[in-house]
Write a protein that binds this ligand. Structure first.
Ligand SMILES: [Zn+2]
Length: 196
């Protein structure tokens, strides 16, 4: 059980939850965020990675769960926000051999609720916008967005474990990295969610 005092909200999430026990319950797919904010609710639970189709487009199909902790609150400026932390073990394709490799991904996030894309521009850079429609928030999409933003750009196996050896690379048999590396697919999402 995680306990927090009044100062806990500003404490680093990584440290606050470093020793948290494994979660066993599932996060609801949809919530009514204004009610959660009004009651300063805390949500925590698992989200199935296999349901994340956009994530699968980036890195291939995943299994297992993301662990997510979220606090709903009104900040000192009167903004409705979600402050949270997530962790997941993903199978990312090695850039050299393209075989999946287990990679731990985690993120601390602070989200500001907006009711239109236009209002997203009014948020400070400390907050990423999340769109609340009809007083509903799709938590699966929120967690998926955060995971995509948290992906490392490039991962490689250790040489000893990689299916493509250094010799193959040096002899030019393997694909040339600089020629094959496309612009990061995450840049688009960063532009959408980032500040101008
Ligand atoms: Zn590899």
């Amino acid at each position: 059980m995680v306990t927090r005092d009044d100062s806990g909200f500003d404490r680093g999430w990584a440290s606050a939850y470093h020793c948290a026990p494994m979660l066993t319950s599932r996060l609801p797919e949809r919530v009514e965020p204004y009610k959660l904010v009004a009651h300063a609710e805390h949500l925590e639970g698992l989200v199935a990675l296999a349901e994340m189709t956009r994530l699968a487009e980036e890195i291939g199909a995943q299994s297992g769960d993301a662990q997510v902790w979220m606090d709903f609150a009104i900040d000192s400026q009167g903004r409705r926000e979600i402050h949270g932390h997530l962790e997941a073990e993903l199978q990312l394709p090695c850039r050299r051999c393209l075989e999946p490799m287990a990679t731990q991904v985690e993120s601390d996030f602070r989200l500001g609720m907006v009711t239109s894309d236009a209002l997203a521009g009014e948020l400070p850079s400390t907050h990423e916008p999340v769109l609340v429609e009809n007083e509903q928030l799709n938590l699966l999409a929120v967690v998926e967005d955060e995971l995509i933003l948290s992906l490392p750009q490039v991962v490689y196996h250790d040489e000893a474990e990689c299916a493509v050896s250094r010799d193959q690379l040096n002899s030019g048999e393997a694909t040339d990295e600089s020629a094959s590396a496309p612009a990061s697919p995450f840049d688009v999402l960063r532009q959408i969610k980032g500040k101008p």
